[in-house]
Design a protein around this ligand. Structure first.
Ligand code: M6R
Length: 366
C-alpha cells in the first residue's frame, strides 16, 4: 500500500500533484472562469459579508491557517485572526453572534479544535470546517465545510493534507473576493489559471529530490536548524521547522526572517544551518539582505529560490530551485523541498519516519 515507496510519508509527498488535482476537481475550471465550493454554499453570503473571521487549528493545520490569514486579508479585506485551538478554548475569547469561525483539521478529530468549535457554536458563531477525513467529528458538528479530498494521510507528519488545505483555503478566499469585488477580474482569472497549474509545478518541484538527499547527508548530524521566510513564506518556515523536529528529532525553529535580528541571530555560528525560503516575490530583496546577515556570521545557508535565480547562488552554500508562481500560491510549491529535507534527514538518522516517537496521527486528548 506504500505504492513502492519506502515510507508512507514519501508516498504522500510524491502524491501531491494528484492530491491537489483531486482537491480542485469539479471545483475549478479556469478557462471557464468557474470556481465552486459545494460545501460553502448556504453560508457564502455570511462569509462575503463577514466583519471578522477566526481560524482555529493545531500544528500543521495552524500553519495553513496563517497562510489563509494573509490570503483572506490580502484579497477579501476581511480581518482574520488565527488561533491555536488549545488557547482559544480556554481564554474567554470574544465571539459574537454571526461571527465566522473556521476550523482546519486533517483528521477532523483533534480534541482541542473540536472543543474550540463547540465553544464558538455555543456563542452563536457560524462554524465551518476545512477537513480531510469524511464523516469525522468536526465535519459533523460544523454548519458547512469543504473537504480536502486529499485521500487518507497515514504518515504522522502531515504533508499532502497541508497543501490540500492551502488549496481549499485559496479557493475559498478567491470565491469571497470575487463576490465582494475586492479583487479585479483580471487578477481573479490570473490566479485561477495559476492555481490550475500548481499540480504540474509541484511535480517539477519534486525533481529536486536527489539534490536534497545530498544536502541531507551533509546536515544530518546538525543539532539545530533555523528556518526563515517572509510574507507568505513565513508560515512555510514554521512548517519546515515543525516537519524536521517531529521526524528527525533535530531542534529547529522557524521565524519571520526580519525577526532574526531581535534575538535568534545570536545563535548563528559556522555550525548553524539556516534554511531560507527566498523565492522571487515582494520581499525578495529584503530576504537577500537577511541571507547576507547570516553569511556574515558564517552560518550555513540553504536557500529555496525561484528557477533562474542568479544572485542568491553567489551567497548561499546550497540553492534549491522551485518553479515560479504567484506570491500567494508560493507556499504550495516552496514547502515541497522542506518536506523532502526533513524526510531524508530523518531516514539518514535511522528514525521511524511514519511513526515518530511520542506522536499520534490525531491528538484526540487535550
Ligand atoms: O488532524 P489535524 O489537522 O487537526 O492535526 C493537527 C496537528 O495535530 C497536526 O497537524 C500535527 O501537528 C502533525 N503531526 C504535523 O505534521
Amino acid at each position: 500500500e506504500k505504492g513502492g515507496y519506502e515510507h508512507f510519508m514519501l508516498k504522500e509527498i510524491f502524491e501531491q500533484p494528484n492530491s491537489i488535482a483531486d482537491c480542485m476537481r469539479g471545483r475549478l475550471k479556469a478557462n471557464e472562469g468557474k470556481l465552486v465550493l459545494g460545501g460553502i454554499h448556504e453560508y457564502a453570503n455570511a462569509l462575503t459579508n463577514a466583519q471578522r473571521i477566526v481560524i482555529v487549528a493545531c500544528g500543521t493545520s495552524w500553519h495553513a491557517g496563517l497562510v489563509a490569514e494573509y490570503i483572506i486579508e490580502d484579497f477579501c479585506r476581511i480581518p482574520v485572526e488565527v488561533e491555536y485551538a488549545s488557547e482559544f478554548r480556554y481564554r474567554n475569547p470574544i465571539i459574537n453572534e454571526g461571527d465566522i469561525v473556521i476550523a482546519i483539521s486533517q483528521s477532523g478529530e483533534t480534541a482541542d479544535t473540536l472543543a474550540a468549535l463547540e465553544l464558538a457554536k455555543s456563542k452563536g458563531a457560524i462554524i465551518l470546517g476545512v477537513v480531510n477525513a469524511v464523516g469525522s467529528s468536526i465535519s459533523r458538528i460544523t454548519h458547512e465545510g469543504a473537504y480536502l479530498h486529499a485521500g487518507p494521510e497515514i504518515g504522522v507528519a502531515s504533508t499532502k493534507a497541508f497543501t490540500a488545505q492551502l488549496t481549499v483555503l485559496i479557493m475559498m478566499a478567491l470565491r469571497i473576493a470575487h463576490r465582494k469585488g475586492t479583487i479585479t477580474e483580471s487578477k481573479y482569472h490570473e490566479l485561477l489559471v495559476e492555481l490550475e497549474s500548481i499540480p504540474a509545478k509541484i511535480k517539477k518541484a519534486l525533481d529536486v529530490n536527489d539534490q536534497i538527499k545530498e544536502i541531507s547527508a551533509r546536515f544530518k548530524d546538525a543539532r539545530n536548524f533555523i528556518y526563515l521566510g517572509r510574507g507568505y513564506n513565513f508560515p512555510v518556515a514554521l512548517e519546515g521547522a515543525l516537519k524536521l523536529k517531529e521526524i528527525s528529532y533535530i531542534h529547529a525553529e522557524g521565524y519571520p526572517a526580519a525577526e532574526m535580528k531581535h534575538g535568534p541571530i545570536a545563535l548563528i555560528d559556522e555550525e548553524m544551518p539556516v534554511v531560507f525560503i527566498a523565492t522571487r516575490d515582494s520581499s525578495y530583496e529584503k530576504v537577500v539582505s537577511n541571507i547576507q546577515e547570516v553569511k556574515a556570521r558564517k552560518g550555513k545557508v540553504i536557500a529555496i529560490v525561484t528557477e533562474g535565480e542568479e544572485t542568491i547562488n553567489q551567497i548561499a552554500d546550497f540553492v534549491i530551485e522551485v518553479p515560479h508562481t504567484s506570491e500567494a500560491l508560493m507556499p504550495l510549491v516552496s514547502v515541497i523541498p522542506l518536506q523532502l529535507l526533513s524526510y531524508h534527514i530523518a531516514v539518514m538518522r535511522g528514525c521511524n519516519v511514519d511513526q515518530p516517537r511520542n506522536l499520534a496521527k490525531s491528538v484526540t486528548v487535550e
